[in-house]
Design a protein around this ligand. Structure first.
Ligand code: CO8
Length: 258
Protein backbone atom coordinates (compact mmCIF):
# COMPACT_ATOMS: atom_id res chain seq x y z
CA UNK A 1 0.00 0.00 0.00
CA UNK A 2 1.51 3.35 -0.98
CA UNK A 3 0.48 6.54 0.81
CA UNK A 4 0.00 10.03 -0.58
CA UNK A 5 -1.57 12.69 1.57
CA UNK A 6 -5.15 12.19 0.39
CA UNK A 7 -5.33 8.75 -1.24
CA UNK A 8 -4.03 5.21 -0.64
CA UNK A 9 -3.18 2.89 -3.53
CA UNK A 10 -2.38 -0.77 -3.86
CA UNK A 11 -2.45 -3.51 -6.49
CA UNK A 12 -4.31 -6.73 -5.76
CA UNK A 13 -3.82 -9.42 -8.39
CA UNK A 14 -4.47 -7.46 -11.62
CA UNK A 15 -6.64 -4.80 -10.03
CA UNK A 16 -5.40 -1.31 -9.10
CA UNK A 17 -7.20 -0.02 -5.99
CA UNK A 18 -7.42 3.67 -5.09
CA UNK A 19 -8.94 4.61 -1.73
CA UNK A 20 -9.92 8.20 -1.03
CA UNK A 21 -8.40 8.99 2.33
CA UNK A 22 -9.85 12.11 3.98
CA UNK A 23 -12.26 10.20 6.24
CA UNK A 24 -12.76 13.03 8.75
CA UNK A 25 -13.93 15.34 5.95
CA UNK A 26 -16.08 12.54 4.49
CA UNK A 27 -13.62 12.42 1.58
CA UNK A 28 -14.54 15.94 0.43
CA UNK A 29 -12.79 16.37 -2.91
CA UNK A 30 -10.27 19.19 -2.57
CA UNK A 31 -7.87 20.00 -5.39
CA UNK A 32 -5.00 17.98 -3.83
CA UNK A 33 -7.14 14.85 -3.56
CA UNK A 34 -8.50 15.18 -7.09
CA UNK A 35 -4.97 15.73 -8.49
CA UNK A 36 -3.60 12.69 -6.63
CA UNK A 37 -6.56 10.56 -7.67
CA UNK A 38 -6.18 11.39 -11.35
CA UNK A 39 -2.42 10.77 -11.18
CA UNK A 40 -3.01 7.35 -9.58
CA UNK A 41 -5.59 6.42 -12.23
CA UNK A 42 -3.17 7.40 -14.99
CA UNK A 43 -0.36 5.38 -13.37
CA UNK A 44 -2.58 2.27 -13.17
CA UNK A 45 -3.73 2.85 -16.75
CA UNK A 46 -0.10 2.81 -17.89
CA UNK A 47 0.83 -0.27 -15.78
CA UNK A 48 0.82 -3.45 -17.88
CA UNK A 49 0.27 -5.53 -14.71
CA UNK A 50 -3.09 -3.84 -14.05
CA UNK A 51 -6.20 -4.81 -16.02
CA UNK A 52 -8.92 -2.85 -14.19
CA UNK A 53 -9.21 -0.17 -11.51
CA UNK A 54 -11.41 0.24 -8.41
CA UNK A 55 -12.02 3.57 -6.66
CA UNK A 56 -13.42 3.46 -3.15
CA UNK A 57 -13.88 5.67 -0.08
CA UNK A 58 -14.76 4.71 3.48
CA UNK A 59 -17.76 2.84 4.81
CA UNK A 60 -19.31 6.16 5.96
CA UNK A 61 -18.65 8.13 2.79
CA UNK A 62 -17.50 7.46 -0.75
CA UNK A 63 -17.25 11.27 -1.02
CA UNK A 64 -19.54 14.05 0.27
CA UNK A 65 -18.78 16.34 -2.68
CA UNK A 66 -16.32 19.02 -3.63
CA UNK A 67 -14.61 20.62 -0.64
CA UNK A 68 -16.97 23.47 0.23
CA UNK A 69 -14.40 25.10 2.53
CA UNK A 70 -11.89 25.33 -0.30
CA UNK A 71 -14.23 27.14 -2.70
CA UNK A 72 -16.69 29.04 -0.46
CA UNK A 73 -14.96 32.43 -0.78
CA UNK A 74 -13.93 32.24 -4.44
CA UNK A 75 -15.22 34.67 -7.09
CA UNK A 76 -16.62 33.49 -10.43
CA UNK A 77 -13.47 34.72 -12.17
CA UNK A 78 -11.23 32.85 -9.71
CA UNK A 79 -13.26 29.65 -10.22
CA UNK A 80 -13.12 30.07 -14.00
CA UNK A 81 -9.36 30.74 -14.03
CA UNK A 82 -8.53 27.93 -11.55
CA UNK A 83 -10.81 25.61 -13.57
CA UNK A 84 -10.32 22.78 -11.06
CA UNK A 85 -13.11 20.84 -12.69
CA UNK A 86 -10.99 20.32 -15.80
CA UNK A 87 -9.05 17.81 -13.62
CA UNK A 88 -12.16 15.67 -13.87
CA UNK A 89 -11.69 15.41 -17.64
CA UNK A 90 -8.64 13.22 -17.02
CA UNK A 91 -10.84 10.33 -15.88
CA UNK A 92 -12.49 10.32 -19.31
CA UNK A 93 -9.11 9.47 -20.86
CA UNK A 94 -8.55 6.32 -18.76
CA UNK A 95 -8.68 3.34 -21.13
CA UNK A 96 -9.04 0.50 -18.62
CA UNK A 97 -12.37 -0.26 -16.92
CA UNK A 98 -12.90 1.75 -13.72
CA UNK A 99 -15.35 0.55 -11.05
CA UNK A 100 -16.58 2.68 -8.14
CA UNK A 101 -17.10 0.80 -4.86
CA UNK A 102 -19.54 3.07 -3.00
CA UNK A 103 -20.67 3.01 0.62
CA UNK A 104 -22.36 5.76 2.64
CA UNK A 105 -22.57 9.32 1.32
CA UNK A 106 -22.05 9.70 -2.42
CA UNK A 107 -22.99 13.34 -2.94
CA UNK A 108 -22.31 16.24 -5.28
CA UNK A 109 -18.83 15.89 -6.81
CA UNK A 110 -18.67 12.43 -5.15
CA UNK A 111 -21.72 11.28 -7.09
CA UNK A 112 -20.24 12.88 -10.21
CA UNK A 113 -17.02 10.97 -9.63
CA UNK A 114 -18.90 7.68 -9.22
CA UNK A 115 -20.88 8.39 -12.40
CA UNK A 116 -17.62 9.09 -14.26
CA UNK A 117 -16.60 5.49 -13.54
CA UNK A 118 -17.71 2.68 -15.87
CA UNK A 119 -19.64 0.65 -13.27
CA UNK A 120 -20.81 1.18 -9.69
CA UNK A 121 -21.00 -1.46 -6.95
CA UNK A 122 -22.86 -0.09 -3.92
CA UNK A 123 -23.28 -1.15 -0.32
CA UNK A 124 -26.81 -1.19 1.08
CA UNK A 125 -25.92 1.97 3.04
CA UNK A 126 -24.99 4.03 -0.03
CA UNK A 127 -26.90 7.30 -0.57
CA UNK A 128 -26.67 9.13 -3.88
CA UNK A 129 -27.52 12.79 -4.36
CA UNK A 130 -26.71 16.15 -5.92
CA UNK A 131 -27.29 18.53 -2.97
CA UNK A 132 -25.62 21.58 -4.55
CA UNK A 133 -28.97 23.45 -4.59
CA UNK A 134 -28.84 23.51 -0.78
CA UNK A 135 -25.65 25.60 -0.89
CA UNK A 136 -26.74 27.90 -3.71
CA UNK A 137 -25.08 26.25 -6.73
CA UNK A 138 -25.59 23.38 -9.20
CA UNK A 139 -23.54 20.29 -10.05
CA UNK A 140 -20.36 21.26 -11.92
CA UNK A 141 -18.56 18.04 -12.82
CA UNK A 142 -21.08 16.30 -15.06
CA UNK A 143 -23.99 15.74 -12.65
CA UNK A 144 -26.64 17.44 -14.76
CA UNK A 145 -25.48 15.49 -17.82
CA UNK A 146 -24.63 11.97 -16.61
CA UNK A 147 -27.43 11.77 -14.05
CA UNK A 148 -30.04 12.76 -16.62
CA UNK A 149 -28.77 10.07 -18.98
CA UNK A 150 -28.64 7.47 -16.19
CA UNK A 151 -31.95 8.02 -14.36
CA UNK A 152 -34.03 10.10 -16.79
CA UNK A 153 -35.21 13.70 -16.79
CA UNK A 154 -37.95 13.54 -14.16
CA UNK A 155 -35.83 12.07 -11.38
CA UNK A 156 -32.73 14.09 -12.35
CA UNK A 157 -34.82 17.28 -12.01
CA UNK A 158 -36.00 16.23 -8.56
CA UNK A 159 -32.47 15.38 -7.46
CA UNK A 160 -30.79 18.54 -8.81
CA UNK A 161 -33.61 21.01 -8.07
CA UNK A 162 -34.87 19.58 -4.78
CA UNK A 163 -32.03 17.52 -3.26
CA UNK A 164 -33.86 14.20 -3.62
CA UNK A 165 -31.41 11.46 -2.57
CA UNK A 166 -31.52 7.85 -3.71
CA UNK A 167 -31.03 4.77 -1.56
CA UNK A 168 -28.77 2.10 -3.00
CA UNK A 169 -31.81 0.04 -3.92
CA UNK A 170 -33.44 2.98 -5.72
CA UNK A 171 -30.18 3.76 -7.50
CA UNK A 172 -30.08 0.20 -8.80
CA UNK A 173 -33.73 0.30 -9.78
CA UNK A 174 -33.16 3.48 -11.81
CA UNK A 175 -30.04 2.12 -13.52
CA UNK A 176 -27.38 4.19 -11.78
CA UNK A 177 -25.80 1.23 -10.00
CA UNK A 178 -24.81 -2.26 -11.18
CA UNK A 179 -25.01 -4.22 -7.92
CA UNK A 180 -26.07 -3.66 -4.31
CA UNK A 181 -24.58 -5.87 -1.58
CA UNK A 182 -24.38 -5.83 2.23
CA UNK A 183 -21.92 -3.28 3.58
CA UNK A 184 -19.38 -5.92 4.68
CA UNK A 185 -19.07 -7.11 1.10
CA UNK A 186 -19.14 -4.08 -1.19
CA UNK A 187 -15.38 -3.69 -1.63
CA UNK A 188 -14.77 -7.42 -2.16
CA UNK A 189 -17.66 -7.51 -4.62
CA UNK A 190 -16.19 -4.59 -6.60
CA UNK A 191 -12.68 -6.12 -6.49
CA UNK A 192 -14.11 -9.47 -7.64
CA UNK A 193 -15.94 -7.84 -10.53
CA UNK A 194 -12.83 -5.85 -11.46
CA UNK A 195 -10.68 -8.98 -11.32
CA UNK A 196 -13.10 -10.87 -13.59
CA UNK A 197 -13.13 -7.97 -16.06
CA UNK A 198 -9.32 -7.65 -15.84
CA UNK A 199 -9.01 -11.25 -17.07
CA UNK A 200 -10.85 -10.51 -20.32
CA UNK A 201 -9.37 -9.71 -23.74
CA UNK A 202 -7.57 -6.36 -23.26
CA UNK A 203 -8.13 -4.91 -26.74
CA UNK A 204 -11.81 -5.86 -26.77
CA UNK A 205 -12.19 -4.29 -23.31
CA UNK A 206 -10.64 -1.05 -24.48
CA UNK A 207 -12.71 -0.84 -27.65
CA UNK A 208 -15.91 -1.92 -25.88
CA UNK A 209 -15.49 0.84 -23.29
CA UNK A 210 -14.68 3.37 -25.99
CA UNK A 211 -17.71 2.38 -28.07
CA UNK A 212 -20.13 2.62 -25.14
CA UNK A 213 -18.71 6.01 -24.20
CA UNK A 214 -19.27 7.18 -27.78
CA UNK A 215 -22.99 6.69 -27.17
CA UNK A 216 -22.66 9.65 -24.77
CA UNK A 217 -20.08 11.78 -26.54
CA UNK A 218 -22.11 14.13 -28.72
CA UNK A 219 -24.29 15.41 -25.89
CA UNK A 220 -21.61 15.13 -23.23
CA UNK A 221 -18.93 17.47 -24.54
CA UNK A 222 -21.27 20.45 -25.13
CA UNK A 223 -23.28 19.67 -21.99
CA UNK A 224 -20.21 19.55 -19.75
CA UNK A 225 -18.99 22.90 -21.07
CA UNK A 226 -22.39 24.55 -20.44
CA UNK A 227 -22.70 23.04 -16.97
CA UNK A 228 -19.16 24.09 -15.95
CA UNK A 229 -19.70 27.71 -17.07
CA UNK A 230 -23.00 27.89 -15.16
CA UNK A 231 -21.35 26.44 -12.02
CA UNK A 232 -18.53 29.01 -12.16
CA UNK A 233 -21.00 31.84 -12.91
CA UNK A 234 -22.92 31.09 -9.71
CA UNK A 235 -19.85 32.18 -7.73
CA UNK A 236 -20.77 35.73 -8.80
CA UNK A 237 -23.98 35.44 -6.73
CA UNK A 238 -24.62 36.41 -3.10
CA UNK A 239 -26.63 33.20 -2.73
CA UNK A 240 -23.54 31.03 -3.35
CA UNK A 241 -21.60 32.95 -0.68
CA UNK A 242 -24.55 32.69 1.72
CA UNK A 243 -25.22 28.99 0.96
CA UNK A 244 -21.64 27.86 1.53
CA UNK A 245 -21.19 30.11 4.59
CA UNK A 246 -24.40 28.66 6.06
CA UNK A 247 -23.06 25.12 5.54
CA UNK A 248 -19.82 25.95 7.35
CA UNK A 249 -21.65 27.78 10.16
CA UNK A 250 -24.12 24.87 10.45
CA UNK A 251 -27.25 27.06 10.01
CA UNK A 252 -30.05 27.36 7.43
CA UNK A 253 -29.29 29.62 4.43
CA UNK A 254 -31.27 32.83 3.73
CA UNK A 255 -31.76 33.08 -0.05
CA UNK A 256 -32.04 36.47 -1.81
CA UNK A 257 -32.06 35.46 -5.45
CA UNK A 258 -29.10 37.76 -6.06
N1 CO8 B 1 -16.85 19.96 1.93
C1 CO8 B 1 -16.12 20.25 3.03
N2 CO8 B 1 -16.30 19.64 4.20
C2 CO8 B 1 -17.26 18.71 4.29
C3 CO8 B 1 -18.06 18.37 3.19
C4 CO8 B 1 -17.82 19.04 1.96
N3 CO8 B 1 -18.50 18.74 0.85
N4 CO8 B 1 -18.95 17.42 3.58
C5 CO8 B 1 -18.69 17.17 4.88
N5 CO8 B 1 -17.68 17.94 5.31
C6 CO8 B 1 -17.09 18.00 6.65
C7 CO8 B 1 -18.01 18.73 7.63
O1 CO8 B 1 -17.85 20.13 7.53
C8 CO8 B 1 -17.55 18.16 8.95
O2 CO8 B 1 -16.37 18.82 9.31
P1 CO8 B 1 -16.21 19.37 10.83
O3 CO8 B 1 -16.20 18.12 11.67
O4 CO8 B 1 -14.88 20.07 10.77
O5 CO8 B 1 -17.39 20.27 11.09
C9 CO8 B 1 -17.18 16.71 8.59
O6 CO8 B 1 -16.97 16.68 7.17
C10 CO8 B 1 -18.27 15.72 8.92
O7 CO8 B 1 -19.49 16.17 8.33
P2 CO8 B 1 -20.86 16.41 9.16
O8 CO8 B 1 -20.55 16.72 10.58
O9 CO8 B 1 -21.67 17.38 8.39
O10 CO8 B 1 -21.47 14.93 9.09
P3 CO8 B 1 -23.02 14.51 9.11
O11 CO8 B 1 -23.02 13.03 9.23
O12 CO8 B 1 -23.76 15.33 10.13
O13 CO8 B 1 -23.59 14.94 7.66
C11 CO8 B 1 -23.55 15.10 5.25
C12 CO8 B 1 -23.13 14.30 6.51
C13 CO8 B 1 -25.07 15.06 5.10
C14 CO8 B 1 -22.88 14.44 4.07
C15 CO8 B 1 -23.09 16.59 5.41
O14 CO8 B 1 -21.72 16.60 5.79
C16 CO8 B 1 -23.25 17.42 4.16
O15 CO8 B 1 -24.33 17.86 3.86
N6 CO8 B 1 -22.12 17.66 3.44
C17 CO8 B 1 -22.12 18.52 2.27
C18 CO8 B 1 -22.74 17.83 1.08
C19 CO8 B 1 -22.74 18.78 -0.12
O16 CO8 B 1 -23.36 19.82 -0.12
N7 CO8 B 1 -22.02 18.37 -1.18
C20 CO8 B 1 -21.94 19.13 -2.41
C21 CO8 B 1 -20.73 20.01 -2.40
S1 CO8 B 1 -20.64 21.06 -3.83
C22 CO8 B 1 -20.12 20.05 -5.05
O17 CO8 B 1 -19.84 18.90 -4.85
C23 CO8 B 1 -20.01 20.66 -6.40
C24 CO8 B 1 -19.25 19.77 -7.36
C25 CO8 B 1 -18.65 20.55 -8.44
C26 CO8 B 1 -17.34 20.19 -8.97
C27 CO8 B 1 -16.49 19.14 -8.34
C28 CO8 B 1 -15.02 19.55 -8.26
C29 CO8 B 1 -14.17 18.62 -7.43
Amino acid sequence: MSENSSILTETRARVGLVQLNRPKQLNALDSVLVGELMQALEAFDADAEVGAIVITGSERAFAAGADIKEMAGASAVEMFVRDNISQFDRIRQIKKPVIAAVSGWCLGGGCELAMSCDMIVASESARFGQPEITIGVIPGAGGTQRLTRAVGKALAMEMVLNNRTLTAEEAQHFGLVNRVVPVERYLDEALGLASEVAGRAPLALRLGKEAINHAFESFLTDGLTDERRAFYLLFASQDQKEGMAAFMEKRPAQWKGQ
